[in-house]
Design a binder for this molecule. Sequence first.
Ligand SMILES: *[C@@H]1O[C@H](CO)[C@@H](O)[C@H](O)[C@H]1NC(C)=O
Ligand SMILES: *[C@@H]1O[C@H](CO)[C@@H](O)[C@H](O)[C@H]1NC(C)=O
Ligand SMILES: *[C@@H]1O[C@H](CO)[C@@H](O)[C@H](O)[C@H]1NC(C)=O
Ligand SMILES: *[C@@H]1O[C@H](CO)[C@@H](O)[C@H](O)[C@H]1NC(C)=O
Length: 386
Amino acid sequence: MYKIICCTLVVALHVAVTAGNNLKYIYYNRDTHESLQCDMCPPGTFVKRHCTAQQRTECAPCPANHYADQWNDERECEYCSTVCKELQHVTQECNGTRPRECECAAGYFLEVEFCLPHTKCPPGYGVKQQGTPERDTVCAECPTGMYSDVSSSTAPCQKQTSCRKHRVSHEGSSTEDTKCMEENRSCKIDITLCEEALFRSRQASDSWSDVLLHRLPPTDLTSQQIESIRNNYEPKDQLFYLFKLYRNQSKGDNFSKQLRKDLKICEKGMLKEIGHIGLTVKHLTALMQSLPGRPLEKSDIENTMKNCPKRRQILKLLSLWREQNGGNTIEGLQRLTSNKLPKKLQKVMKRLDSFLSSVAMYRLYDKIILGITSTKTQLVKTDSLL
Ligand SMILES: *[C@@H]1O[C@H](CO)[C@@H](O)[C@H](O)[C@H]1NC(C)=O
Ligand SMILES: *[C@@H]1O[C@H](CO)[C@@H](O)[C@H](O)[C@H]1NC(C)=O
Ligand SMILES: *[C@@H]1O[C@H](CO)[C@@H](O)[C@H](O)[C@H]1NC(C)=O
Ligand SMILES: *[C@@H]1O[C@H](CO)[C@@H](O)[C@H](O)[C@H]1NC(C)=O
């Protein structure tokens, strides 16, 4: 048997020619001295018998554990010999038309014969191209403004945090992010004047609260919470406390995102009105004394001056005043007796007052209410309002 196959293989000329659609090979029959063009066998089969002048090539399917992945004139199929190596897994089982194929496991690539782990880009370098089972990671140095502080085969360089110029506490590098100065906790304002101005003592009425209670984007507000607001606050304050709850619990829906943006714009406008005035403890003490209710302690004023940027000092003090007096800052400011204040402070308070009752504020209010009351939150551009 071996001998016959051997001889036939020798005399069969392994030349494939295309004739029409079929692949052919030239077979020289030693016994008859004929040269014949035989049909090749398709993938998954082998030549069981060469053609003769009367008969076409006879093909037979590859036996188990054998394959032929090409059109061929072979007398036997190839053995499925490939065995996957260490750290490799089979991606294609041997199946008659395909040999077994292996691939390195996740996180490894094939280097000559071995699966090696993907290179980790060191700090200062980021992944430019992730590795594949065939290819190693490509690293690149982080360009200016980017950084990587990890050794990783997946992490690209990241953009350095950008702080406002005067608030950088630690300059970034290719291996470190920029660190920004933390806003002094003690200078944080729980409820801003803008929030009060927009959600307090405006047109808010019973019916408004009703509409709003049913139209606020879904949050975790429970009916008990809403009921408790209704029972504990006057109608004109309900909207404000509802807003406080909503602000605390909303989870990044579009409306609350837009609201946050709108409030930022409002606060920016307010800081602009205050301007860069330098105020002394005496100025600020006078301001606090001109408000109704119990005035703040001297130490509150001193701490505020120490911890807060100049322009925020007035806002922080007003917020402390509100906490201490359980009051409404907007109403407090309306009852301010400004004639005893120094001139420059009078001017500031006047500007603040006109800002709070400006057309821009009413428009912002309308826009927010529109946002709440239209079922599909309509996001109107705010920048142009203030
Ligand atoms: C072998 O596997 C390949 C791809 O997985 C498939 O296309 C082909 O039809 C299979 N052959 C047989 C004979 O099952
Ligand atoms: C806001 O939420 C925090 C915790 O999620 C809670 O401690 C705090 O009392 C809430 N404030 C208001 C005003 O509901
Ligand atoms: C929120 O805004 C994004 C982008 O503007 C939009 O794709 C998404 O559909 C919005 N989601 C809702 C619930 O309106
Ligand atoms: C924050 O407060 C501390 C002490 O209370 C002070 O030393 C520091 O300068 C303040 N930082 C800013 C940015 O005002």
